[in-house]
Design a protein around this ligand. Structure first.
Ligand SMILES: [Zn+2]
Length: 194
């Protein structure tokens, strides 16, 4: 690997910034596998571990020659990976609940996070105890259990199942190269709903 690194001095990559500095890595079977820095992508290609599938139109110049910058590379061997899990964040909970208050059914982006069993009553910070609530419902419930507040959950909260491309959909919410999209199932739909 170190020999491969010497082929391309790191300083060359300081000229490549922003979107073009990131490369989508496909598994041997063309499934999206990872996103890496363009330097890492060049190392994989020069070591014979990957091939360039798409270029981004930029060119890197060293003292001796020029290289097309990859946008998508594909590994020449198959990597096995575990099914991803959704990260427990406010945004993920709102997305799981389809931006809908789980008590009154109001659809809004002005949501709060509610611990169904309040923390001071032993409620845990986990998928099964967290729901989206509009401000009015959260205020009404206060530090009580739903039954005590005479409120009912529309759906029992649970950990969401995520697409095996979950991690790459996260990348699509920030800057990415349009050339990636055709390799990512559901990419357009995810971008619209994000
Ligand atoms: Zn509500």
């Amino acid at each position: 690997m170190s020999q491969c690194r010497r082929l391309l001095p790191l300083g060359v990559f300081s000229k490549v910034g922003g979107m073009s500095a990131r490369v989508l890595v496909l598994n041997q079977n063309y499934e999206p596998l990872n996103v890496c820095h363009v330097h890492r992508a060049f190392v994989l290609v020069f070591c014979g571990k990957a091939e360039v599938v798409e270029s981004n139109g930029h060119t890197l110049h060293t003292s001796t020659r020029s290289y097309q910058c990859p946008s998508v590379i594909r590994l020449l061997y198959l990597i096995k990976r575990a099914h991803p899990m959704a990260k427990l964040t406010r945004k993920e909970i709102f997305m799981r609940d389809n931006f809908t208050c789980q008590y009154c059914g109001t659809k809004t982006h002005d949501l709060t996070l509610d611990h169904v069993v309040p923390r001071h009553r032993g409620g845990q910070h986990r998928w099964e105890n967290l729901v989206s609530a509009c401000k009015a419902c959260n205020h009404r419930k206060g530090g009580r259990l739903p039954d005590e507040a005479r409120m009912h959950l529309n759906v029992r909260p649970a950990q969401p199942r995520v697409s095996r491309y979950y991690w790459v959909h996260q990348h699509l919410q920030s800057t990415h190269d349009p050339a990636w999209l055709k390799f990512i199932p559901d990419a357009e739909r995810k971008r619209v709903s994000a």
